[in-house]
Design a protein around this ligand. Structure first.
Ligand code: ADP
Ligand code: MG
Length: 955
């Protein structure tokens, strides 16, 4: 029995050892199926070993711990393990064989199955284990009945009690062992798992986590901390702050705090400020002690967080709050607060000051406020507040208040409406600011602006103000008028705009870069007294303006405006042009006059010279036989002298202020004569057209002078034209007492510079010998002598038109006033002549001419001597009296001579048939004009006239 019991104990010991190994196996981890299989093998192995040293009750009849083994394996490790272990045990039992084999196999199966059944219930408690042990072994005892023959009952009798006493206890005992192990394993796993989680938290945290050991060395840093420090774990773990090049203050700061935690064992919180890479940073750190199992402090854990942003926001908020405090308390703001639920209104002291009220006398109320509003602003202000209450959260009304003392203040309101969750207004808080000064200043500014505006609008100077981009900001009335645009059309237009058409002073178009504003902007300099024209839309004539443009800069020298002023000088310019025109005419007259007096002076002497030549030559001509060389020579001399005489005559045309003779003239006839002459000459290579007014009024004038003038114009016209040109002569009556004569050609025309000088004496564009430059001046002086006007229009390439205007004669005076000179060549006997002339050349030559003609001559050099001779009774038939002499001269002598001899014929000799001479001849019926120089024939005619006078005198 003892050995049996020992075997049993041996089996149990095996079980204990087994449980220990199983626990070890369990901790290996790995795949759960492999774990279960391994446990199965272990338990299976143990069952087999148990069966090797069994409690043998007979051959093939063995008892061992296999039931305990397999049930526990099923309970703790599940079907796979139970299957493996059961399988191993069954195989070995079959191998052993014997009569107990069926029972052995059945016990193996029942134990494993019962273990699995209890596993489903999760059994681990002592009672559960004991219950399982009992059930497994009751089943085993019952299975003994399967043994062959009587052995079953025999075995049952012998073993049932010990088995049912020992095996359930063993099951309980080993089961507890396994359960404990299992529990220990579970908590270890949980520990490991939670440690893993914590580590991952630390590794992924954005907080900086650092552990310091007792010697203040860095024991651990999480990645965030390493990143922040820019270090690798290897660089820093095991080192203190002092091992790095840190400021002393930083080291001291941390050492002091870590030590404190180490000494007190209390956690502490601290803020750490430092100069980081991106400016000041602030970290909030919590230092916590870490204890070992014995309760000693092992290390200090510092968890820090970057709170720089939060700090900044906090500082900002504080500053803002401070400022707000300052703003409110500095006293300029009236503050009120209305609780819409209770109707309570609060005013601060400044509100009372602003409204001129006293808190003692009047507590704040809506009535008080409404009463303070200026009556004119009351309704508007209510509206604003009501609108704010209805919807708009913000409002900023401006209104006036009327204080009890009668003063008015301008108030700027501002504030907020607070609403509850449903959007109903619950509270309204406002500020009142006194803006009276600003308002008054604004009003003053408006008034002064208005004054300025009205001033500029009424100024007679155009003003346009351009912004630096040249857009027009302001244009006054006069500017609009001058530029021909309305105020609206002007605004916003720029300096270079198709609306403008400006002209240069000479009338040519002004290019945009020459516009005043463009000039100022281009040069950076002000523009002074620029003269130009403006073509206004719809106006026929340009407006002429004087433009000034200047830059308006601010204190920093930056261009603010370009101001342009326009002064209308159209009128002034017209007057100026007129003045220039008159000036030119006066100059022309003066030129003519000076040339005339020069010519007059020369002509007198020239006439005497020519007269002498002519007189002597013609005196001696008769004496020479026709065809003789001397006669031919004398004839040539006479022709030359006559031609010289004509030249002097035309020079004298300048000197003549009046007509040499006056007759009623019909200009049409003069023109026709001229045409006839032209047609006969080689000049007739041009076409001549006439457009003569049949009813042309006659004029009073000097026929030869006008003939000469028309001739000159026609010659100029023909000379200016190619062979196929057209010369047109026109006459017409003008309005008023005027007629007009026009000479037009289709010739070369004159450029302005030639036209300007065409009437100057001696100005010619023709080659030497061809032009004299005297044609047009002569025409001019002839026209002037006739009190007429002359005008030349000419355009290069198109032709020239010269128009002459003469005063027409009234119809009554159309009878001829010029005496017809009878021409009678026969001599009527010798005349005793007294020749009065200071010029010896004239004396000699005239005397010779007269004597050849058969008239005895006495000569005296002056009027005084002639008078003396007549007074002394000297007999004479004819006096030839020179006009131009020293002393009395012809003019002074004639009246005295008349008083001595009223009927004595007188020939008044003059190189210059001026008005005085003409008047004298007209007034005196016994005086005849003798123009110098004269030929023999001319002298003969004059002497005949004198003889007729004498004949009349002596019937
Ligand atoms: P002249 O004929 O001897 O040159 P004028 O006094 O007659 O002198 O004319 C002066 C100048 O005026 C001329 O040389 C010529 O250039 C210009 N002129 C006058 N008449 C005409 C004309 N009909 N067409 C073109 N040019 C003219
Ligand atoms: Mg000419």
């Amino acid at each position: 029995m003892i050995t049996h019991t020992l075997d049993l104990v041996y089996n149990l010991a095996l079980l204990v050892a087994l449980s220990v190994i199983s626990g070890f196996l369990r901790r290996r981890g790995g795949h759960p199926a492999w774990g279960a299989a391994a446990q199965g093998l272990l338990f299976g192995g143990a069952a087999v070993v148990g069966m090797m040293r069994p409690l043998a009750l007979g051959p093939g009849l063995i008892f061992d711990g296999r039931s305990v083994m397999l049930s526990l394996c099923g309970l703790f490790f599940g079907p796979l393990a139970a299957g493996v272990a059961g399988g191993m045990a069954a195989l070995y039992r079959l191998f052993l064989g014997g009569p107990g084999t069926p029972m052995g196999l059945l016990v193996i199966a029942s134990s494993a199955l019962l273990g699995l059944a209890f596993r489903r219930r999760g059994t681990r408690s002592a009672r559960g284990l004991l219950a399982m042990g009992l059930l497994v072994h009751v089943a085993m005892v019952l299975l003994m009945l399967t043994l062959p023959g009587r052995t079953g009952l025999e075995v049952m009798r012998r073993l049932a009690l010990p088995i049912l006493l020992a095996y359930p206890l063993a099951t309980l005992f080993i089961g507890r062992l396994l359960a404990d192990q299992e529990a220990a394993n579970r908590s270890l796993e949980a520990l490991l798992e939670s440690e893993g989680r914590f580590r991952s938290m630390a590794e992924n945290s954005t907080d900086f986590i650092i552990r310091y050991d007792r010697k203040l060395r860095h024991a651990y840093l999480n990645p965030a901390a390493l990143r922040m420090l820019g270090l690798e774990a290897g660089d820093i773990v095991g080192r203190t702050h002092r091992d790095f090049d840190l400021p002393e203050a930083t080291c001291a700061f941390w050492e002091e705090r870590i030590r404190r935690v180490l000494e007190t064992g209390q956690p502490l919180q601290t803020e750490f400020q430092f100069q980081g890479l991106a400016g000041w940073e602030v970290h909030d750190s919590r230092l916590t002690p870490e204890f070992d199992a014995a309760g000693n402090i092992q290390s200090v854990l510092a968890v820090s967080r970057d709170i720089t942003e939060r700090k900044r926001a906090q500082v900002l908020l504080e500053e803002t709050l401070q400022r707000l405090d300052l703003a409110v308390s500095s006293g300029n703001l009236g503050i009120w607060d209305l609780d819409l639920q209770t109707g309570r209104l609060e005013w601060n002291d400044r509100m009372y000051e602003l409204y001129g009220r006293s808190r003692e006398a009047e507590p704040p109320s809506l009535e008080l406020w409404a009463d303070s509003l200026h009556p004119e602003d009351r309704a508007v202000t209510y509206d604003i507040y009501l609108a704010a209450l209805r919807g708009e959260r913000r409002y900023d009304p401006q209104f006036r208040i009327l204080r009890p003392d009668g003063t008015i203040r301008f108030i700027q309101g501002d504030g907020l409406v607070n609403r509850d969750a449903q959007g109903a207004a619950i509270r309204i808080t406002g500020l009142n600011r006194d803006i009276t000064e600003r308002k008054l200043a604004e009003q003053a500014l408006l008034e002064s602006e208005e004054k300025f505006r009205s001033l500029t609008q009424h100024l007679q100077v155009g003003i346009v103000v351009h912004a630096p981009d040249t857009s027009i900001q302001l244009a006054n009335h006069e500017a609009c008028r001058l530029l021909g645009l309305s105020q609206d059309q002007m605004m916003g237009r720029v300096a270079i705009d198709p609306a403008w058409h400006f002209l240069r002073e000479d009338g040519s178009p002004l290019p945009p870069e020459g516009y005043p504003v463009a000039q100022v902007l281009a040069t950076g300099r002000d523009l002074k007294h620029f003269v130009g024209g403006i073509h206004r839309p719809g106006a026929s004539d340009p407006a002429w303006v004087q433009v000034d443009a200047y830059q308006d800069v601010d204190e920093r020298g930056i261009l603010r405006y370009v101001v342009v002023t326009f002064v209308d000088i159209t009128e002034r310019r017209l007057v100026e042009q007129e003045r220039q025109h008159l000036q030119a005419q006066i100059q022309q007259n003066q030129k003519m006059e000076s040339l005339g007096s020069l010519a007059g002076g020369v002509a007198h002497d020239m006439n005497n010279v020519l007269g002498a030549v002519l007189a002597l030559a013609s005196a001696n001509l008769e004496a020479q036989p026709p065809g003789s060389p001397l006669r031919t020579a004398l004839e040539t001399i006479i022709k030359a002298a006559e031609r010289g005489g004509r030249m002097v005559k035309s020079l004298l045309g300048f000197a003549r202020k009046t007509k040499a003779e006056e007759r009623v003239l019909r200009m049409n006839e003069i023109l026709r004569d001229e045409v006839r002459l032209l047609e006969r000459t080689t000049l007739a290579k041009v076409r001549i057209e006439m457009d003569l007014a049949a009813d042309l009024r006659p004029i009073l004038g000097d026929e030869s002078a006008l003939n000469h003038a028309i001739m000159n114009l026609c010659v100029n016209a023909v000379e200016a034209m190619p062979p196929n040109g057209t010369l047109t002569l026109r006459t017409r009556n003008l309005a008023g007492p005027w007629i007009e004569v026009c000479v037009e050609d289709t010739g070369t025309g004159m450029p302005p510079e030639v036209l300007a000088r065409a009437m100057d004496p001696f100005f010619t564009t023709k080659e030497v010998g061809k032009g004299t430059g005297l044609g047009l001046p002569l025409v001019f002086s002839a026209v002037k002598a006739h009190h007429g006007q002359m005008d030349i229009q000419s355009e290069p390439g198109r032709g020239t038109r010269v128009s002459l205007r003469f005063p027409a004669l009234e119809p009554a005076r159309t009878a001829s006033t010029a005496p017809e000179t009878p021409r009678d060549g026969s001599a009527q006997g010798a005349m005793k002549v007294l020749l009065v002339d200071d010029d010896e050349l004239v004396q000699a030559s005239t005397r010779m001419l007269l004597e050849i003609m058969g008239h005895p001559v006495e000569t005296v050099p002056c009027g005084e001597e002639a008078l003396a001779r007549l007074e002394a009774g000297e007999e004479t038939d004819l006096v030839i009296l020179d006009m131009n002499m020293p002393g009395l001269g012809g003019l002074g002598t004639l009246p005295r001579l008349r008083s001595l001899r009223p009927d004595l014929p007188v020939l008044l000799a003059t190189g210059r048939a001026d008005q005085t001479a003409l008047d004298l001849v007209e007034a005196d019926s016994h005086t005849v004009l003798l123009p110098k120089p004269f030929s023999r024939d001319e002298m003969a005619v004059k002497i005949q006239a004198a003889q007729r006078m004498r004949g009349e005198n002596r019937p």
